[in-house]
Design a protein around this ligand. Structure first.
Ligand SMILES: [Zn+2]
Length: 243
């Protein structure tokens, strides 16, 4: 049976607080623990929707304590290059295509901000799904263990990192595997958040925490051939609609 992980992108002090709170209430009522992607020092104007929440980091610590996954979503969520990275999804990146040292410095700055707020960042969520080999090497050297992204049906290990795949935004699946539903509460309507709440309530038994997902690792030999064909199929599909 397919299992789902819920991933919430673009979590920062200026996100849409009301929408996030609405989604959070549904997750808590259903006993579901999503993974949040926290932008350590947001500089992306697209993520400035509300005034900065002075209690933002307090909330992140509370979610961390409650067993939600907390990942580092880049550093400043800025677009530095037009590089699609290893996944080939979107022609913009905060990391891919930049020198290793520069990527490492930015990741380290972000990790420090998280640490100063009491959060140990070990999971990485790339802005725009874009990272390259240098990003992965930098993550490894900074003590990150896990990446949320990639083409596959089950989590796998590669180069000392665990990858938990992310294929669809929705609950689409083929009946087996671990699927990460990638959601941006800022861009969802209230109706969509309520529909998500109903999905979560009726599927709570199939929704696992990110920590449980990253424990289910399959041998890379089984994952890669499958991952490559999924990549071809999904990048073709994604190119049909604008990002
Ligand atoms: Zn993002």
């Amino acid at each position: 049976m397919a299992r789902f992980v819920i991933r919430l992108d673009d979590i920062c002090p200026t996100m849409d607080h009301e929408k996030f709170a609405r989604a959070r209430a549904s997750f808590e009522a259903a006993g579901v623990r999503p993974l949040i992607g926290v932008v350590p020092d947001n500089r992306d104007p697209d993520l400035v929707i509300d005034t900065p929440d002075p209690d933002f980091w307090k909330m992140v610590r509370a979610l961390d304590k409650a067993g939600w996954g907390v990942s580092q979503h880049g550093y400043q969520h800025r677009i530095h290059t037009g590089d699609r990275g290893l996944l080939g999804i979107s022609p913009r990146s905060e990391f891919a295509g930049r020198p290793f040292e520069v990527q490492r410095d930015d990741l380290e700055q972000g990790k420090k901000i998280m640490a100063d707020q009491g959060i140990v960042a070990e999971i990485f969520m790339a802005p725009f799904h874009s990272y390259d080999r240098a990003t992965l090497a930098a993550l490894k050297s900074l003590g990150f263990t896990t990446v949320t992204d990639g083409y596959g049906l089950y989590p796998w290990r590669d180069g000392g990192l665990t990858f938990v795949p992310q294929l669809f935004e929705s609950s689409a699946n083929i009946g087996v595997g671990v699927y990460t539903m990638c959601l941006h509460t800022n861009n969802m309507t209230t109706e969509e958040i309520d529909a998500l709440g109903r999905f979560v309530k009726s599927n709570a038994a199939r929704i696992i925490g990110f920590d449980q997902a990253s424990d289910r690792v399959w041998p890379a030999a089984l994952i890669w051939p499958l991952g490559k064909s999924l990549k071809l199929a999904l990048t073709a599909k994604r190119k049909l609609r604008p990002n």
